[in-house]
Design a protein around this ligand. Structure first.
Ligand code: PMP
Length: 369
C-alpha cells in the first residue's frame, strides 16, 4: 500500500499553467541497441574508471562538509578545456557549471526570463527549451525552422525584431535535426536580439563549425554558450553541464542558483573526466566516422537523411513513423520518434550497434516502410 495513492494530480492545487502538461521523457527500455538519447556509446576506459574511483575515495572522507559552492577548480579545468578546443582564451570567471546543461538553461531562464518575460526558439528543436520556459513561467514564443530544417536567417531576424523576446534560443548543432548555424548568421541574430541569446552547443564537439564562444568578447551583455559533458564527453550519468559567457552573466546566475548545487562527488568525477579528454575526443572522431558510414548506407537504401554534424541523424521518409519506430523496437533497436511526421531520429552507436540498426533499416526499406 502506498500512502496517498488515491489522490490524483488533477486534485492538487498546481499552477494553472502547468495543468494538462506532460513531463519530458524518452522511454528507458531494456533493449540491446539503445540509440535514442544521443549518448556517447563508448563506455569509460578502465583507466578513467580507476581514476574516478580514486578521486571519489580521496574526497569521501570530507563528505560531512559542503562542496566548494563556486566550483572554482572545476570551472578552471573547464576553461582550460574549452579554451583549448575553441582557441579562445578563457578563465574560470567565464565558466559556470551545473547538474547537466538542463540546469544551466533553467538557471538562465530564472535570471533572464520569468513572469512577464518571453523566450523564443526555432522548432523543431530541443523540446526542453519550451518545457523549461513553462517551468520558470517564461512565455514561450514558437518560431519555425525552414522545410529543410535549416534556420532561415532572414525569417529569424524578422521574428526576433517583431516579437522582441527577452531570450532567444539557438541550438547548434540542432537537436533533433543535426545542422549548425554559421558564425556569420549567428552574429546577425545577436545584432537583432534585444536581450539574451543562448546558443545551445550540447553537440559542439561533433561539429566542424567554430564555437559561438569566439563571439563572447563581441557580445558580452547578450551571449551565453551552453555546453555539456553528457554527449561527446561520455559523462551523461555524471550530470555536468556548463556555460561560457562574460563574467557578469555568471554574477547574474549566482543570484538564482541553489547553494552547493554541485556535489563534491560530481565536481571530483568531472575533473577526472576532463583530464582524460584526449582519449574521449578520439572516441568522438570515431563516432563522426561512423555517422558518415551510416548516412551513406541509409542513403544507398533510398532513405532521405538530413545533413548532420552531430552524433545523431534525422531520417525518413516513413509512411507511418510511429509504426516504423515500433518495428525497430521489435527488432531490438530503440530509436526516437520526435514527433516530426514521416521521420525518426537515431543516435550513432558503436559499429556493431550501427550494423544492427542498418540491418533493420534495410529490412524496412525492402518492405512497406
Ligand atoms: N541541449 C540539447 C540540445 C540536448 O540535446 C540535451 C540532451 N538531450 C541537453 C541540452 C541537455 O543535456 P544535459 O542536461 O544532459 O546536459
Amino acid at each position: 500500500s502506498t500512502p496517498g495513492r488515491d489522490t490524483t494530480l488533477a486534485e492538487l492545487p498546481i499552477r494553472d499553467d502547468l495543468r494538462g502538461k506532460s513531463p519530458y521523457g524518452a522511454p528507458q527500455l531494456p533493449v540491446s541497441v539503445v540509440l535514442n538519447t544521443n549518448e556517447n556509446p563508448h563506455p569509460p576506459s578502465q583507466a578513467l574508471v580507476d581514476d574516478i574511483a580514486e578521486a571519489v575515495r580521496d574526497c569521501a572522507g570530507a563528505l560531512h562538509r559542503y562542496p566548494d559552492r563556486d566550483a572554482v577548480a572545476l570551472r578552471t579545468d573547464l576553461a582550460d578545456y574549452l579554451g583549448e578546443i575553441t582557441g579562445v582564451e578563457l578563465t574560470y570567471q567565464n565558466l559556470w557549471a551545473a547538474n547537466g546543461s538542463n540546469e544551466i538553461l533553467q538557471q538562465v531562464l530564472q535570471a533572464f526570463g520569468g513572469p512577464g518575460r518571453s523566450a523564443l526558439g526555432f522548432t523543431p528543436s530541443y523540446s526542453m527549451h519550451p518545457i523549461i520556459s513553462d517551468g520558470t513561467q517564461t512565455t514561450w514564443l514558437d518560431a519555425k525552422r525552414a522545410a529543410d530544417f535549416s534556420l532561415d536567417v532572414e525569417y529569424a531576424l524578422g521574428e526576433i525584431t517583431a516579437r522582441a523576446p527577452d531570450v532567444v534560443f539557438v541550438t547548434s548543432p540542432n537537436n533533433p535535426t543535426g545542422g549548425s548555424i554559421t558564425i556569420d548568421d549567428l552574429r546577425r541574430v545577436l545584432e537583432a536580439a534585444p536581450g539574451i541569446v543562448i546558443v545551445d552547443e550540447a553537440y559542439g564537439e561533433f561539429s566542424d563549425q567554430p564555437s559561438a564562444v569566439t563571439l563572447i568578447d563581441e557580445y558580452p551583455a547578450k551571449l551565453i554558450v551552453s555546453r555539456t559533458m553528457s554527449k561527446a564527453f561520455a559523462f551523461a550519468g555524471g550530470r555536468l553541464g556548463y556555460l561560457a559567457a562574460a563574467p557578469a552573466m555568471i554574477d547574474a546566475l549566482q543570484l538564482v542558483r541553489l547553494p552547493y548545487h554541485l556535489s563534491v562527488l560530481t565536481q571530483a568525477a568531472a575533473r577526472v573526466a576532463l583530464r582524460h579528454s584526449t582519449e574521449t575526443l578520439a572516441g568522438v572522431a570515431a563516432i563522426v566516422a561512423e555517422r558518415r558510414r551510416v548516412v551513406a548506407a541509409l542513403t544507398g537504401m533510398g532513405y532521405d537523411v538530413v545533413p548532420s554534424d552531430a552524433n545523431f541523424i534525422l531520417f525518413g521518409d516513413f509512411a507511418d513513423a510511429p509504426a516504423s519506430w515500433q518495428h525497430y523496437l521489435d527488432h531490438g533497436v530503440l530509436i526516437r520518434d520526435v514527433g516530426i511526421a514521416h521521420r525518426l531520429r537515431a543516435t550513432i552507436g558503436l559499429p556493431a550497434e550501427n550494423d544492427v540498426f542498418l540491418d533493420v533499416s534495410r529490412n524496412l526499406a525492402a518492405t512497406d516502410r
